[in-house]
Design a binder for this molecule. Structure first.
Ligand SMILES: Cc1cc2nc3c(=O)[nH]c(=O)nc-3n(C[C@H](O)[C@H](O)[C@H](O)COP(=O)(O)O)c2cc1C
Ligand SMILES: CCCCC(=O)C(=O)O
Length: 380
């Protein structure tokens, strides 16, 4: 029948939303692994706020508009993507499912979106890249890096990323030392024997020592700084340089001054410094300071297509998610990541249509409001 609505397929009767995926995936994981993935640092304030802060915003829909040709596509890292979502660089994915980052890469490629590769991946850059490229030759990967004490290793990682055709470096700037993660201490967390870290050239014993015993101090360079590290990166690579972990106007301006290509407004999923703001609350000051002079992406606590919509309305160009991909893997490997991405896609498209947006460019500040206690809806 002409004009009949196309039903959104329900791929799994247990998993209708990302919270279902979190719950079902979490049931499958042993305590230490589950808490390593799901927890934040110290008092869990930031991880809690990352998700809950979205709830204060209200969507301002326009009605009676033709949304039959709603187009969710946009661009990210220089290519067209099917919708504005990517998988953040999150390490140790093979602990959730043996196919780990390779499965995530394939699922992202099939969905027409990009992925970040963690330095703590359990597969090589080559394995992760080629799995994605086999499904979508245009797929882009960002290589996540730290400012490492071992500059030679840092350089080897950069050369691998370049050789495999990664587009960008996501320089994680929020981790001169590791956040205080009580769960790892309580559970005496250690990575399973035999699970290697080929990008860092480490085995599981080395990572246990680094993260558990000395909080990154002998690994990451706590003397890192803008004026030493950014020009050095520029001098050794032509890849784009993005700063991951920016939460303030001041650091947005610094990234612009240093000629970076973009910032990822991120608090590391609440795993580094607890008590910093939710990323959706830090985003507006970064957008305002940038005034269009630098690309801005966001991650942290995004759990629905409506959350994505809100982040875009507040000025982010693109959203990334960490834990949802891990839950997808733990739930059902590559199929679980597909399910996670389909859930976000369907929710995001539905939200665009229900607000009268036909393209990602239509998602602006005018699409949001805030409910203040005992007051009318306030325009932003
Ligand atoms: C298990 C796990 C491992 C992570 N590993 C890294 C990492 O190696 N490097 C990094 O910069 N961020 C890492 N992150 C942070 C993510 O890149 C991302 O910022 C965060 O997960 C986004 O928040 P969300 O999980 O609420 O979506 C990790 C996150 C998780 C949950
Ligand atoms: C030892 C830390 C591994 C990566 C990770 O958990 C993070 O960056 O949050």
């Amino acid at each position: 029948m002409a004009g009949a609505p196309v039903p959104i397929p329900v791929a799994d009767d247990k998993i209708l939303c990302i919270d279902d995926l979190r719950r079902e995936a979490s049931k499958k994981l042993p305590t230490g692994v589950r808490e390593f993935y799901n927890s934040g640092s110290t008092d869990q304030i930031t991880i809690f706020e990352n998700t809950t802060a979205y709830a204060k915003y209200r969507v301002r829909p326009r009605v009676l508009l033709d949304v039959s040709k709603c187009d969710t596509s946009t661009s990210c890292l220089g290519r067209k993507v099917s919708f504005p979502l990517g998988v953040s660089p999150a390490g140790l994915q093979a602990m959730a499912h043996p196919d780990g980052e390779v499965a995530t890469s394939r699922a992202c490629a099939r969905k027409g979106i990009n992925m970040g590769i963690s330095s703590f991946a359990n597969y090589t850059v080559q394995e992760i890249r080629s799995a994605g490229l086999a499904a979508d030759p245009g797929m882009r990967h960002a290589m996540q890096m730290y400012t490492m004490k071992d500059r030679e290793l840092e350089l080897r990682i950069i050369r691998q990323a370049e050789a495999q055709g990664c587009t960008a470096i996501f320089l994680t700037a929020d981790s001169p030392v590791l956040g205080v993660r009580y769960n790892e201490w309580r559970n005496d967390f250690r990575t399973p024997d035999g699970l290697g870290f080929p990008i860092l050239e480490w085995d599981s014993e080395a990572i246990r020592k680094q993260s558990h015993d000395d909080s990154f101090v002998s690994f990451n360079d706590d003397a890192h700084n803008w004026t030493r590290d950014i020009p050095w990166l520029r001098s050794v690579t032509g890849m784009e340089i993005w700063i991951k972990g920016v939460l303030t106007a001041e650091d947005t301006l610094k990234a612009i001054e240093m000629g970076c290509d973009g910032i990822l407004v991120s608090n590391h999923g609440g795993r580094q410094l607890d008590g910093v703001p939710a990323t959706i609350d830090a985003l507006p000051e970064c957008v305002e300071a940038a005034n269009g002079r630098i690309r801005i992406h966001v991650d942290g606590g995004i759990r629905s297509g409506t959350d994505m919509f809100k982040a875009l309305a507040l000025g982010a160009e693109y959203c990334w998610v960490g834990r949802p991909a891990i839950w997808g893997l733990a739930y059902d490997g590559e199929k679980g990541v597909d399910l996670m991405l389909d859930t976000f896609y369907n929710e995001f498209k539905r939200c665009m249509q229900l607000t009268g947006c036909n393209s990602v460019k239509d998602i602006t500040k005018a699409c949001l409001g805030v409910v203040r206690p005992y007051g009318p809806l306030a325009r932003l």
